[in-house]
Design a protein around this ligand. Structure first.
Ligand SMILES: [Zn+2]
Length: 185
């Protein structure tokens, strides 16, 4: 991350993150075009500020109510920041080999489930400078990339688990929300 982005993140107002079942999480996001440049430039520091505050390792624009094909990732391996901005991604290849790992989502606070996904992918995207990237990704980065790319389609991690587990998670979230509302009242 260049110094100007580090400074922008530290000064940015974190976006509030939408919690399921907010209908905005189910909308397919629009491609980022030339007309969106100012919006994207302003949103990136606020997305990082929200993700680091949560804390989390990925956040997609639809999770803050922005219908744009944009997400950020920072795995923060060993506590070291390594931010990645992904715009208009395409997944070109998914490995037949799958892997099951526990996943969470900032739009499902406190909820986790085992999700099976392809272990490796090949993807293409643009970064915040407009530079084009094409890379093979695997492990946690491939998992996170797929999770965030799903958000751009209105697909959530609970769509990859059984209806029984999904309903349990949604009920727990609703209960949590009622408790929060009660404390506020
Ligand atoms: Zn998520």
């Amino acid at each position: 991350m260049d110094d100007s982005l580090v400074a922008a993140v530290s000064e940015a107002a974190p976006f509030p993150i939408l919690v399921a079942p907010d209908p905005a999480l189910r909308r397919k996001a629009n491609p980022v075009g030339p007309a969106d440049q100012a919006t994207v430039r302003a949103a990136i520091p606020r997305l990082f500020a929200a993700m680091y505050a949560a804390p989390g390792i990925g956040l997609a624009a639809p999770q803050v109510g922005l219908s744009l094909r944009l997400f950020i990732i920072d795995l923060q391996t060993d506590g070291v920041r390594d931010p990645m901005v992904v715009i208009n991604p395409e997944i070109l290849y998914r490995s037949a080999e799958v892997e099951t790992r526990e996943e969470g989502c900032l739009s499902f606070p406190g909820q986790y489930a085992d999700v099976t996904r392809p272990r490796a992918i090949r993807a293409r995207w643009l970064d915040e400078t407009g530079a084009r990237h094409e890379r093979a990704l695997e492990g946690l980065l491939a998992r996170c990339f797929q999770h965030e790319a799903d958000h751009l389609e209105g697909i959530l991690f609970v769509d990859h688990i059984s209806a029984l587990k999904r309903n349990m998670i949604l009920r727990r979230l609703a209960k949590r929300q009622r408790e929060k509302d009660a404390r506020r009242a």
